[in-house]
Design a protein around this ligand. Structure first.
Ligand SMILES: *Cc1c(COP(=O)(O)O)cnc(C)c1O
Length: 400
């Protein structure tokens, strides 16, 4: 620990200040939101989804950036996430999208969160817990939360209308296949079912806020945008279709960085890591990065991904452990690299590793890569390279 990576200057960036850090560019989140806004019809609102700690980016800092970029609403999955945002002074409307226990419902209403309902018993529960704003959810084909029956959903809306203390604020659904362009038309079927239901509801309630689209649906079909879109993945600059985010004008906000904490010779036949899953075929130099699955760098990435050091790609080799991974620096890699910054997700020199690439190697989706970064990873915020104090970003009272 005496040797901070910081003492070694890097060619293309500042020294690594942390063992492992997720460096988040709030300006990128702002620009992604502005870019999404530009794709919406006038009057259509943007709801920034910041559940799961802002998909691993930090919920409060991401919320502030999204609002600065033009978001009107925020959405989370549960009451604890809502309370974190309220405690930080964020006073915009916040939709709580997940299922709620009785305790969570009370906390949500106390923190002025909008609640999702699909049964008359839930409307009664909202009234009993002190009242609040509700959004009725039709399950048009996702097969999770919501009622599959439009008439039942309409009855729930009627119940909300006539229950004192309950305000019917919105009507919503969620798409199952918006991110699959070859979905045999299922997206369109869901869209039609939902359109038919909300058209009837809106006849008597023109002010109802109708919303359905996640990032993929919003980018895929303007007909899915209605009065508001609920965008998560795209505001962080990741691609909802798992492709290169740059192709849709999205800018990844998060970079994952560490540094070369040790460098050692590894002769042909010598190994690195648990189970000797890397055995050098030739004399080489192995570097050690102080991160592992305890930080969310999944063990399935063993012998399966690269890292950027000095702008060059090197393969991670050997088993990913809880706190360390090893990298094959090649025969010419040497002592001179000790302390060099290492980029696991992000840009360095002309090199680039995206969350989408890591997701492909793990046969998962980009969402899981950033959500999976554990609290042990220090989040550091900047604005296009200018430091933005993490504490200020997290705790500053809202301007409202
Ligand atoms: C998470 C979530 C979203 C956001 O989805 P993205 O694909 O990240 O844009 C929208 N709506 C609901 C109901 C969600 O659960």
């Amino acid at each position: 620990m005496a040797e901070r990576a910081g003492e070694t200057p890097a060619a293309s960036e500042g020294p690594a200040a942390e063992r492992v850090q997720a460096s988040v560019n709030v300006a990128a989140i702002e620009r992604n939101c502005a870019r999404l806004r530009a794709g919406l019809a006038d009057g259509t609102q943007l709801c920034a989804v910041v559940k799961a700690d802002g998909y691993g980016h930090g919920a409060v800092a991401s919320s502030r950036a999204a609002l600065a970029g033009g978001a009107d609403w925020l959405a989370v999955a549960g009451s604890r996430e809502l309370c974190e945002l309220r405690a930080a002074g964020l006073e915009v409307p916040i939709l709580v999208m997940g299922a709620l226990t009785q305790g969570e419902l009370a906390d949500t209403l106390a923190a002025r969160g909008d609640v999702v309902v699909w049964a008359e018993r839930q409307v009664a529960a909202v009234a009993a817990a002190g009242g609040g704003r509700v959004h009725v959810k039709l399950d048009s084909g996702m097969g999770r939360l919501g009622t599959r029956h439009p008439e039942e959903a309409s009855a729930v809306a009627d119940a909300a209308d006539r229950t004192p203390g309950v305000e019917l604020a919105g009507a919503m659904t969620h798409f199952a296949t918006a991110d699959e362009l070859d979905d045999d038309g299922f997206f369109s079927v869901q869209l039609r079912v939902f359109e038919r239901w909300v058209a009837a509801l809106k006849q008597t309630r023109p002010g109802l806020l109708v919303h359905a689209a996640n990032s993929a649906a919003m980018l895929r079909d303007t007909a899915a945008q209605f009065d508001m879109v609920r965008c998560g993945i795209a505001i962080y600059g990741m691609d909802p279709f798992g492709e290169d985010p740059a192709e849709r004008g999205l800018e990844p906000a998060l970079e994952l960085r560490s540094y070369l904490a040790d460098v050692k010779d590894c002769s042909a036949g010598e190994s690195a890591g648990y189970g000797r899953r890397f055995v050098a075929e030739r004399d080489t130099v192995v570097g050690v990065l102080p991160l592992g699955y305890g930080d969310g760098w999944r063990r399935n990435l063993t012998n399966a991904c690269d890292v950027l050091i000095g702008g060059v790609r090197y393969p991670l080799v050997g088993t990913i452990s809880m706190d360390s991974v090893t990298v094959d620096l090649g025969p010419d890699g040497g002592e001179s690299l000790l302390g060099e910054p290492a980029v696991l997700i992000g840009l360095q020199g002309s090199g680039r590793i995206t969350a989408e690439e890591i997701a492909r190697r793990l046969e998962t989706i980009n969402y899981e890569i950033t959500c999976g970064l554990t609290p042990r990873v220090t989040r550091v915020y900047h604005r296009d390279g200018a430091p933005e104090a993490a504490r200020a970003a997290a705790n500053e009272p809202g301007s409202a």
